[in-house]
Design a protein around this ligand. Structure first.
Ligand code: PGA
Length: 245
């Protein structure tokens, strides 16, 4: 399966900056074996999708509501993202779990809505430093998977240790290998044989300098990149480090 290199632009960029960044990514995408995805703020999805039309770079949202439509001021429904040109959506990112107190049950409901709207969900899981310091990282992540993934799950999982996001601290190769192995076992348990086909991305301070070694690890199906995705050259360098097959 091709690796997926996804850029999570979070709450960055004005419109013209987002379009220029997308154009920069598309300009360097030729010859890259990995699947490429950029996730701007929802307000910019349509403009970025228009800028990327005819290129191999896909567009995704960063969140969606669980309802198709309704009286939910300030929220964005999955069919709206799809209509604006998105084909993916990131769900349950730790910043949303923290800032908006999103629960596993809410993430699962959003995931169902995303799938119904024709979007591929990227469901994020990951332990805090406090969990890891007491050896609970695998049980926390297994619990998040069991609570957040619907069955069937035609989507992607992103393992993002909370302590590695935006901190410059990356999980060690041994940590990543152990956790991705644990996630695969959980996916097989929850989804049966279909669990073998779910890509598991690593995220948390992925940069050009560490991408090659992280992406070569077993069960790493790509990367979810925050900070380094805001520079087209860095994002492309990470994508070039992806392994095919
Ligand atoms: P980072 O963010 O690459 O800046 O650590 C990753 C993410 O939150 O998806």
């Amino acid at each position: 399966m091709r690796q997926l290199i996804a850029g999570n632009w979070k709450m960055h960029c004005l419109m013209r900056e987002a379009v220029a960044l997308a154009e920069g990514v598309a300009a360097g995408a030729g010859g890259i074996a990995a699947e490429l995805l950029v996730c701007p703020t929802a307000l910019h999805v349509a403009a970025v999708a228009a800028a990327l039309k005819g290129t191999p770079v896909a567009v995704g949202g960063q969140d969606c509501h669980a309802a198709k439509q309704g009286a939910h001021t300030g929220d964005i429904a999955a069919p709206m993202l799809r209509d604006a040109g998105a084909t993916f959506v990131i769900l349950g990112h730790s910043e949303r779990r923290h800032d908006h107190h999103e629960t596993d049950a809410q993430v699962r409901a959003k995931t169902v809505a995303a799938i119904e709207a024709g979007l591929t969900p990227i469901v994020c899981v990951g332990e805090t430093e406090a969990h890891r310091s007491v050896g609970e990282e695998q049980s926390v992540v297994a619990g998040q998977l069991a609570g957040s993934l619907p069955t069937p799950f035609p989507g992607v999982v992103a393992y993002e240790p909370v302590w590695a996001i935006g901190t410059g601290k990356t999980a060690t190769e041994a940590d990543v290998e152990a956790m991705h192995g644990c996630i695969r076992r959980e996916l097989l348990r929850l989804l049966g044989a279909a669990g073998a086909g779910v890509r598991i991305l690593y995220g948390g301070s992925v940069r050009p300098a560490n991408a090659g070694s992280l992406l070569a690890l077993p069960e790493v199906g790509g990367a979810l990149v925050g900070g380094a995705s805001l520079k087209a050259d860095d994002f492309l360098a990470i994508a070039r480090a992806a392994v095919s097959g």
